[in-house]
Design a binder for this molecule. Sequence first.
Ligand code: PLP
Length: 421
Amino acid sequence: MHQPALPHLHAADPALAALIEGEATRQHDKIRLIASENYVSPAVLEATGSVLTNKYSEGYVGRRYYEGQQFVDPVEELAVERAKALFGVEHANVQPYSGSPANLAAYLAFLEPGDTVMGMALPMGGHLTHGWSVSATGRWFTPVRYGVRADTGRVDLDEVRDLALKERPKLIFCGGTAIPRTIDYPAFAEIAREAGAVLAADIAHLAGLIAGGAHPSPAGHADVITTTTHKTLRGPRGAMIMSTAEHAAALDKAVFPGLQGGPHNHTTAAIAVALKEAAAPAFSAYAHQIVANAKALAQALLERGFDLVSGGTDNHLVLIDLTNKGVAGKPAARALDEAGIELNHNTVPFDPRKPFDPSGLRLGTAAITTRGLTEADMPRVAAWIDEVVRAHEDTGLLSRIAAEIREFMGARPMPGWAPAP
Ligand SMILES: *Cc1c(COP(=O)(O)O)cnc(C)c1O
C-alpha cells in the first residue's frame, strides 16, 4: 500500500493506481543499485503531492508576476534559507526544473553561443550537459573535454590545467555521473582562476554526501554549484543552483526569465522538506553509511575477481569493468534486473565497445542504505551479483535469486510503501 495512501486515485483511475502500486512493489522487492536513485520520505511525497501544484508564481520571493503568494513566498524562502545554511553558500536558487536545466542556466549566465566550455567527457564519467556532442551544450557551445588516466582511472589535474590554459574555456565543469573518486575542488578552483574561467561544481550525485559531511564541499572553491535534489540528497526530482553573492543576479535571471516560466511550487516545498531532513544528525550518519556500504561492496566485488575502475571507491558509486568476466554490460544488467538487482550498464573509460552496448556496470549504494542495509550485508549482495554475472543466461537461477532477494528486502521497510497488512 502506497504511503501516503491513494484512495482517490484508486477510485478515479484504477488502471493508473495499479501501475503506481506495481512500481512501488517493484521498488520494495528489489535491491536498487542505480547510483542516481533513492527512496524519498513519506513527508517529501506528501509535499510533492500537495495543492502547491495549483499555484503560479513566476518571479522570485517578493517579486512575483502573479497575486496570491502569501504562502508560496514563505515556502520558497524556507527552501532557499535551508539550502544556504546546509551547504554554506551565499546564494541559492531552488527553481530549476531538474539538473539539466540548472546546468543550462550556468551557460546562459556566463557564455555566449560558440564560447568554450570545458567538462569531463561523457564516456569518462561526465554528464551530457557538460558539453557532450548530442546535448545542446555541445552543439551551441565549443566543448573541450578532459578524462581520466588509463593507468589510474582518475582525473589527472595537470592534464586538466594544461588543457584549460591552452583552450581558455569561459566555464569549467567538475563533477559527473560515473566518478567513483573524490573530486578535488580546490585544485579545480585554482585551475579555473589561472585560466580565467568560471568554475561550476556539478554535485548532482554527491549533494547528500556533501550535506552529510561524507565528501568535501565545493563551497568556498567553486563560483557556482549546481545539483539535482533527488539523488543522494534524497529529495524530490528537482534541482538547485548555489553561488557566491557575486553571481546571484546573473544566475537568477538565467533561470527566470531566461529559461523557465513558473516554478514548480510543490517541488520547491518538497525540496525544503528534504533539506530539513538532510540537516538532521541522522542524515550525516546516513551519508557516511552510504560510503561505508559502497566501500564494503567494492571490496567484496574485488575479492570475487571484479575489475573496478580506479580500483575502488571514495563515495557512493562503483564502476565495474566486466571485460575480464567475458560478458558485456547490457546482458549482465538485464540478467541482474531479472534476478532482482537493479542497476545500469555504463561505459568505462577507454571502452572498446559502443556506448549503447558498453563494457561496464555502474552501481551506487544510496537507495539500499535508505533501506537499512549495512556493510555486513555487502558480501551477500556481491555474491548475488557474482552468481548472476557467471550464469546470466540461466533463467532458473535468476528466478531463484529474485525470490531470495524479495524475501531479503521484505524484512527491510521501504519509505513510501508497505505490504497490505
Ligand atoms: C543527474 C545529473 C544531471 C542531470 O539531472 P536531470 O535531473 O536528470 O536533468 C546533471 N549532472 C549530473 C552530474 C548528474 O549526475
